[in-house]
Write a protein that binds this ligand. Structure first.
Ligand code: 5RP
Length: 221
């Protein structure tokens, strides 16, 4: 069993929850790519769904796999979103955004009636906080936002030669400790020019975690 096998198993378990007629939000990253493949396989077997994608990369992959991809701008609500994570804990708090898509991912997750995280066991942690926390930054306000993030205790690296699908920068933040993710999320939300961040504290409804071939389903406590 490889990590990719575990990512595939977690993805397949989540895709098994997709039903005919749903509008499904597709995540971004290597685990989400397995979900796109699993969904395409079910569509080839007769499932009828529409999808919206959280990144241009996932939109292209889904379209190439034969999935009907719609513009998220036309949907106020979705039935289900399936996405990867960089860390997830037992509270179903997650850190996302290593792939830089966290702003679109959060909008899609918030619009979805249910959001399922899929991950291999390395992403399952006792408490989120060790992973870098990405923040999408308006280029116009770069130095100001970085300074504000540093005041919050972050060691900040602006991703070099990188632009999000929205044309913005990403500031990767490392925190020595993250004792209160909810307070941190609120503080980042309050910085003008910080457009979004990878703390997902209210969005995740369930998670499929696969470790050495065994899939576990976590529910919000
Ligand atoms: C992209 C994300 C990804 O879902 C997250 O980084 C996990 O990626 P992977 O499945 O490749 O480990 O949040 O913005």
């Amino acid at each position: 069993m490889t990590i990719d096998d575990d990512k595939r198993l977690a993805a397949q378990a989540a895709v098994a929850e997709v039903r005919d007629g749903m509008v499904v939000g597709l995540g971004t990253g290597s685990t989400a790519a397995f979900a796109i493949a699993a969904l395409a396989a079910r569509i080839a077997d007769g499932l009828h769904i529409q999808a919206v994608a959280t990144s241009e990369a996932s939109a292209h992959a889904a379209f190439a796999a034969g999935i009907v991809v719609r513009d998220f701008a036309d949907f106020a609500t979705l039935d289900l979103a399936i996405d990867g994570a960089d860390e997830v804990d037992a509270r179903l708090w997650a850190i996302k955004g290593a792939g830089g898509a966290m702003l679109r991912e959060k909008a899609v997750a918030a619009a979805a009636r249910r959001m399922i995280v899929i991950a291999d066991g390395s992403k399952h942690v006792a408490a989120i906080g060790a992973a870098k926390l990405p923040v999408e930054v308006l280029p116009f306000a770069r130095a100001f936002v970085v300074a504000q993030l540093e005041i919050l205790g972050a060691t900040v690296t602006v991703r070099p030669d990188y632009e999000t699908d929205n044309g913005n920068l990403v500031a990767d933040c490392r925190f020595a400790a993250m004792p209160d993710p909810r307070a941190l999320a609120a503080a980042i939300d309050a910085i003008p020019g910080a457009l979004g961040h990878g703390l997902f504290l209210d969005e995740v409804d369930a998670a499929y975690i696969a470790s050495r071939g065994v899939v576990t389903r976590l529910k919000r406590p």
